[in-house]
Structures are given as C-alpha cells and as structure tokens.
Design a binder for this molecule. Structure first.
Ligand SMILES: NC(=O)c1ccc[n+]([C@@H]2O[C@H](COP(=O)([O-])OP(=O)(O)OC[C@H]3O[C@@H](n4cnc5c(N)ncnc54)[C@H](O)[C@@H]3O)[C@@H](O)[C@H]2O)c1
Ligand SMILES: O=C(O)C[C@H](O)C(=O)O
Ligand SMILES: [Mg+2]
Length: 471
C-alpha cells in the first residue's frame, strides 16, 4: 500500500500483540512520537497469548503513516496487521448488493416467484422475447463491463483491480438514475473474447456501458457489439467524457467570449477519451484542434500504425505543427488533458493565449493540480470530486442510460449525445455561470432529469426509440 496516500486523514491500525512480550504503552508512545494522534482504541479479540487491537489514529503530515509502520516494526511482540482509512473501510466487502423487490413470506409467494408458477412467465417470454423487457429486470439493467486495460489513469491493472471503479459506477447509476447496474470485469483482454463474452451476457441487460477499456481495442469492441446487439452499447470513457467535456467547454468559451470555431484547442492523450472528445468538438464546429500523445503532436506528415491516430492526424492540425506538448500549446486557448497525471507544467500554460482554459481531466491525478495553475488561467476544471468544476462522465452516463432505457432505445446515437451535452450545459443559467461554475454538480437533481428528457426526445426524433414515453 502507498502509505503516503493516507496522510492528512484518520487511519485505523490493526495491531497483533504477543501478550507475553509486547508492551502496549511502547506502541502508543512510538505512534505519538512518529506524529500520530491516537483517538480511539478497540480491543478486537484476546486469548491464546495474543491480543488484537484497532487503533484509530489521526495523521496530519506527509510520511507519518510510513514512520509509524517503521517504528512499530522495531517493537518486540507487536505486529502491524493492517493499515486502513475511511476509503478502504467503505470498500470492505464491496459497495453494492442485490435486494429483492418483494419479500417471499410464504409458500404461495415462493411458488409464484419461483417454481412452479415462474415457468408460465418463462413460456410467455419464449413465445415473445420482447416480453423480457416487461417481465424481467432487463428494462432497468446496465452491464458495466471492463477488461481492466485502462483503469482511470492507472493503466492496465487488470480485472480484479478494476472492480472498485466498476462497483462505484454501479452505485452512481443507482443513486442518481435508479438504474440497476452490474459491475462485470472480464478476465481477458482479447478483443474477440471480450465481444463474445459481452454478447453472451447481454440477454439480461437493457444496455451495455463499456468502461476503462484501452484504445484502440475499445473502438472495435464497441463498433462490433453495437452492430450485433439490439440494446445500446456505450463506451463511457469515449462518449460520456465527450458529452460532459463538450458541455463544460461550451460554458467556458461563453465565459471567456470565444467561439468553438475560433478556439485553438490542444488535446493531450489521444486514446479512448481524447479521440471521442475530438470527434464531438469537430462535429460541433471546432476548426483548430491539435492532438498530442506520448510521441508528440499527431501530424499528417507522419504515418501511424494505429489507425485511429492516422485518422486523427488526417483530420486535425491543419497547420501541420510538429514537436511536443510545449509546441502544441504555443498560443492555444484551450488545453484538454485526458492522458496522465502531472504532465502539464506552469511554463506550458504560460505559453498559451491570454485567459486560457485548462481542463486537466486525468484521474485520479490531473495533468496539473488547480493550486499549481489557478493564477494563470481563466477557467480550470478537473475530473475529480474534490475540486470545483468536475468534468467527469458521471454527469452523463446515469441520465443518458435512464433516457435510453425508458424509451427502449436500440442505440445511443450522435443526436442523443448532443442532446445530453446541451442538457448538462443548460442546467447552469447565464446569470449563474462563473469560472468556478461551468458544469453543474452531480448532486444537482436537474442534471439527470434534464439529460433524460432531452435524450428521450432525441431518440424518438431519430427513430431509435422502441417505446413512446409519456411525460
Ligand atoms: N474526467 C473524466 O470524465 C474522464 C473520462 C475518461 C477518461 N479520463 C481520464 O483520461 C485518461 C485517459 O483515459 P482513456 O480511457 O482515454 O485511456 P486510454 O488508455 O485509451 O488513452 C490514454 C492515452 O493517453 C496517452 N498518454 C499517456 N501518458 C501520456 C503522456 N505523458 N503524454 C501524452 N499522452 C499520454 C496514452 O498513450 C494513450 O493514448 C485517464 O487518466 C482517465 O482517468 C477522465
Ligand atoms: O471514473 C472516472 O472517474 C471517470 C472516467 O471514467 C475515468 O476513467 O477516469
Ligand atoms: Mg473510465
């Protein structure tokens, strides 16, 4: 565990003490000396010469937790079993559960929800599969599917490590839009195997939300699944991000009196999110976009093995700039980061046009922290929940799926995405707009409501809705 990440918080130390040799007083002194403030002690168990205690300790300085671990390690008879903080405690046993809608109180209930009566319902669905939407959970379910290949900005950390993010997305689906979402992490990163697995699990779902699947595989996986399934398949890191970015940028441009067509925009990180954000901006009328990835600026003067980069180079950077991020940012109005933490420097921002807009959206660590750049920019946003202007796909996916499920859409198309972006931007009135308020809070109930309403309308208008929604 990275102990430094726990500092400035309350931590819980689980200690195992050999009652014959350990002196608890020495442990307490060592903790205090290392900078920890013990605020509670719980005895978890005693017996057989061992005592287990949980110590709740306040740590305020960087490195305190590491110093405490080290000091305890030197004491005879004392073993530090575990260090946790409130975040880890919130994850104990996972974050979600399934609950029945009605209790089964007697044999009569049992024979209806289960054998034998359930068989009549099965037969009805086998005679008319569309009844699955009425008689099963399908009308309200979304599979949140990842292969763990591009988890936040942490990279390819695999399916087990991806689960907390997918559980978190499922929680957000439920809390904000009452969608029953299931976290599904696949133990394969083979494109065909992912497609086969998702197709095979689709019958129980009304939609598929692909999450944290790396580029360029994500493009093929989404394209094939959408072509082969009759429910919406939506890669959140592409389209959810693009929708919210578009909404936030429209408002930031308004604030700084620029137009999308005039704005010089640099996008750093041309993966799933960067590619989709660019496509949405170009469709919205952006004319000056430059993409930068690890190898520098993407330019049509080079050829790329990655087909999506080739497309990118051919459709952006009309002035054929070359070089790295610093060269791309020379005179730019907007920086959009969907790459990796800490890669943007103050010097880079100083080379941008006056009153620049900086959206550092990498998670969990943005390309630059607001406190390092605020004085240089007109508008700053990150993807995080602990700073103002959270440009995060959570503003989109609950509402867009709520709308898609309600009208039983077969797809989430461009018109629905645009409608969602306009809905998000519209929640902030002209008189409310400010540099610290360009996108609404995820806790603003009007976001999901408005996104859903406009998405349902757009689905109906573009012929992908299978059900008419009466307001
Ligand atoms: N705020 C949001 O809503 C949101 C949504 C999606 C993704 N993200 C963040 O954006 C980042 C990318 O996500 P993704 O799903 O597109 O992943 P991805 O793996 O598909 O793409 C990441 C891209 O960034 C590039 N990159 C990495 N380090 C770089 C560097 N130092 N300089 C330039 N390019 C670099 C990679 O080469 C790759 O092309 C992650 O940090 C993720 O957390 C944020
Ligand atoms: O998970 C998030 O917070 C946003 C986004 O999906 C990401 O991958 O960073
Ligand atoms: Mg993601």
């Amino acid at each position: 565990m990275n102990n430094r990440s726990l500092d400035g918080k309350t931590i819980i130390l689980r200690l195992e003490l050999d009652t014959a040799t350990a002196q608890f007083g020495k442990a307490a002194t060592a903790i205090e000396k290392a900078g920890g403030d013990i605020i509670a002690i719980d005895v978890i168990s005693t017996g057989r010469g061992l005592s287990v205690r949980d110590l709740t300790v306040k740590v305020s300085e960087q490195g305190t937790t590491a110093r405490i671990s080290e000091a305890l390690g030197e004491l005879p008879g004392i073993r530090l079993v575990n260090v946790s903080d409130r975040t880890f405690l919130l994850h104990l046993g996972g974050k979600i559960a399934i609950a029945p809608k009605t209790p089964i109180q007697n044999r009569d209930d049992l024979s209806r929800v289960y054998t034998p009566e359930v068989a009549r319902v099965c037969t009805a669905i086998s005679e008319d599969p569309s009844k699955a939407f009425n008689l099963t959970i399908k009308r309200n379910t979304v599979a949140v599917v990842s292969d763990g290949s591009a988890v936040l900005g942490l990279g390819n950390i695999g399916p087990y490590a991806a689960m907390p993010v997918m559980e978190g997305k499922a929680m957000l689906f439920k809390q904000f839009a009452d969608v029953d979402a299931f976290p599904i992490c696949l133990d394969t990163q083979d494109t065909e195997a992912v497609i086969t697995a998702v197709k095979a699990l689709a019958p129980g779902f009304g939609g598929i939300n692909l999450e944290d699947i790396s580029a360029p595989r994500c493009f093929e996986i989404e394209r094939r699944l959408q072509a082969e399934l009759d429910i919406p398949v939506f890669h959140d890191d592409q389209h959810g991000t693009a929708v919210v970015l578009y909404a936030g940028l429209l408002n930031a441009l308004k604030l700084t009196e620029r137009s999308l067509a005039e704005a010089r925009i640099v996008i750093c990180g041309i993966g799933a999110a960067g590619t989709a954000c660019t496509k949405m901006l170009l469709a919205g009328g952006a004319k000056h976009v430059i993409g930068v990835d690890r190898e520098g600026i993407l330019t049509r003067d080079k050829t790329y093995a990655n087909a999506s980069w080739q497309w990118y180079a051919d459709n952006t950077n009309e002035e054929r700039r070359s070089g790295g991020l610093a060269e791309a940012l020379e005179g730019a109005d907007v920086f959009i980061g969907v790459s990796a933490g800490g890669i943007l420097k103050r010097e880079n921002i100083q080379r941008m046009a006056p009153d620049p807009i900086v959206f550092a959206m990498a998670n969990p660590e943005p390309e630059i922290r607001p406190e390092q750049a605020e004085d240089l920019v007109a508008v700053f946003a990150t993807g995080r929940s602990d700073y103002p202007n959270q440009i995060n796909n959570v503003l989109c996916f609950p509402g867009i799926f709520r709308g898609a499920l309600d009208c039983r859409a077969t797809h989430i198309n461009e018109a629905m995405k645009l409608a969602a972006a306009e809905a998000i931007a519209s929640v902030i009135g002209e008189d409310e707009l400010s540099p610290l308020y360009i996108v609404p809070s995820v806790f603003n109930g009007r976001v999901v409501e408005e996104v859903r309403r406009r998405v349902v309308q757009a689905a109906a208008a573009t012929g992908v809705a299978r059900r008419q929604v009466r307001e």
